[in-house]
Design a protein around this ligand. Structure first.
Ligand SMILES: C[S@@+](CC[C@H](N)C(=O)[O-])C[C@H]1O[C@@H](n2cnc3c(N)ncnc32)[C@H](O)[C@@H]1O
Length: 299
C-alpha cells in the first residue's frame, strides 16, 4: 500500500482534539507510544516543524513499515523504536532523551492489523488463531485456547470481553479441544456460536466479537501495558507537558481515569473524557467508542 492510498483508508481518531491537548509547538520533542500507521505522528511532525522531533514506539513491524510510508515530510525528524511502549525508560534512553514535551498513546488495534490477512484478529476470515501484535512474543491466541483451564478461559472472556456467556463458552471450548486442537479463527467462531444458545446471540455484533476482543487483550497483555506506561510516564514528562490517552472501551478508560487521578505528579485536565463528534463518527465509524483523557505534569 502506498502512502497516498494508506492515507485514504486510515483516519487517525480524535486527531484535532488530541493534537490541541498535546500543545504541540515548533521545536518540541514528543513521544507517540503507538505509531501505528503514523496518522498522529504525521500531524505532530507538521505542527512541531521546522525542528521538532517525534520518538515513536510500535511493536508491530508491519505497522512500522506502512506507518513510515505514511509520514511524508518530516521523516528526518522521526525516530521509530520497535518496542512495547511500557519500555519507555529503555526506549527514550536509547533515543538519548531524558524527558519529552508530551506523550500520546492511542491504544488498541490499527485498521491495518484488523484487516490484514494472516494476523488472526478477525472472525471474518479463516486463518491461524494468532493475534500477536508483536510476532516476536511467544504466546498466540491458539496457545491460550489450548493451555488455559476452563476457569481461566471463562475469566478471560468475562473480565476482558464482558462476555456474559463466558462459562458456557469456556466449557464448550474445553470439550471441543479434546476432539481436535483449535487452531483457526473460523473454528473458534463456530464453537462460540454453538456454545451460546440462539436466544442469547447478540443482534448488532457477531456472537464471537467479545471472545475475540478478550483473547486479543490477553495475548498482548494490553491492560498491563497500559497500567505500566501510565505509572512510568510522569517521570519522562517535562513540567507542564501532557500525556494524552485515547482508549476504545470502558475497561481501558476506567484504568486511565483511575491511574491519572491518583498520580501525585499529574493534574487531570479532562474531568470528563473527550469523545468524537457526530461528523467524525459518520466519517469513521471506528472512532465511535473512542475516549480521550489528558493529564498535565505538575511543575
Ligand atoms: C490504534 S493504532 C495507532 C494508530 C496511530 N495513532 C495512527 O494514527 O496511525 C495502535 C498501534 O499501537 C501499537 N501498540 C499497541 N499496544 C502497543 C504496545 N504496548 N507497545 C507498542 N505498540 C503498541 C499497535 O501495534 C498499533 O500499531
Amino acid at each position: 500500500m502506498t502512502g497516498v492510498s494508506l492515507r485514504k483508508v486510515h483516519q487517525p481518531v480524535l486527531l484535532e482534539q488530541a493534537l490541541e491537548m498535546l500543545n504541540v509547538v515548533p521545536g518540541g520533542v514528543y513521544m507517540d507510544g503507538t505509531f501505528g500507521l503514523g496518522g498522529h505522528t504525521r500531524e505532530i511532525l507538521k505542527r512541531s516543524a521546522p525542528d521538532g522531533k517525534v520518538v515513536a514506539f510500535d511493536w508491530d513491524e508491519d505497522a512500522i513499515r506502512l506507518g513510515l510510508e505514511n509520514v511524508g515530510r518530516g521523516r528526518d525528524r522521526l525516530q521509530v523504536i520497535r518496542r512495547n511502549f511500557r519500555e519507555i525508560d529503555v526506549g527514550l534512553r536509547e533515543a538519548g532523551l531524558e524527558a519529552v514535551d508530551g506523550i500520546l498513546i492511542d491504544i488498541g488495534l490499527s485498521s491495518l492489523q484488523l484487516e490484514a490477512e494472516g494476523r488472526g484478529f478477525s472472525f471474518n476470515r479463516n486463518e491461524p488463531l494468532d493475534m500477536r501484535m508483536d510476532r516476536r512474543r511467544p504466546i498466540t491466541a491458539a496457545q491460550i485456547v489450548a493451555d488455559s483451564t476452563e476457569e481461566e478461559l471463562a475469566d478471560i472472556f468475562y473480565y476482558y470481553g464482558d462476555e456474559k456467556q463466558s462459562r458456557r463458552i469456556a466449557e464448550t471450548i474445553v470439550k471441543e479441544r479434546k476432539k481436535s486442537r483449535i487452531e483457526m479463527t473460523g473454528q473458534l467462531a463456530q464453537i462460540v456460536g454453538k456454545a451460546v444458545p440462539k436466544k442469547y446471540h447478540p443482534t448488532k455484533i457477531h456472537v464471537a466479537t467479545k471472545v475475540f476482543q478478550a483473547l486479543r487483550i490477553a495475548v498482548n497483555e494490553e491492560l498491563a501495558n497500559l497500567g505500566t506506561i501510565l505509572e512510568k510516564a510522569p517521570d519522562y514528562l517535562r513540567p507542564k507537558s501532557r500525556i494524552c490517552i485515547i482508549s476504545f472501551h470502558s475497561l481501558e478508560d476506567r484504568i486511565v481515569k483511575r491511574i491519572l487521578s491518583r498520580t501525585e505528579k499529574l493534574k487531570v485536565v479532562t474531568k470528563k473524557p473527550i469523545t468524537p463528534d457526530d461528523k467524525e463518527i459518520k466519517r469513521n465509524p471506528r472512532a465511535r467508542s473512542s475516549r480521550l483523557r489528558v493529564a498535565e505534569r505538575l511543575a
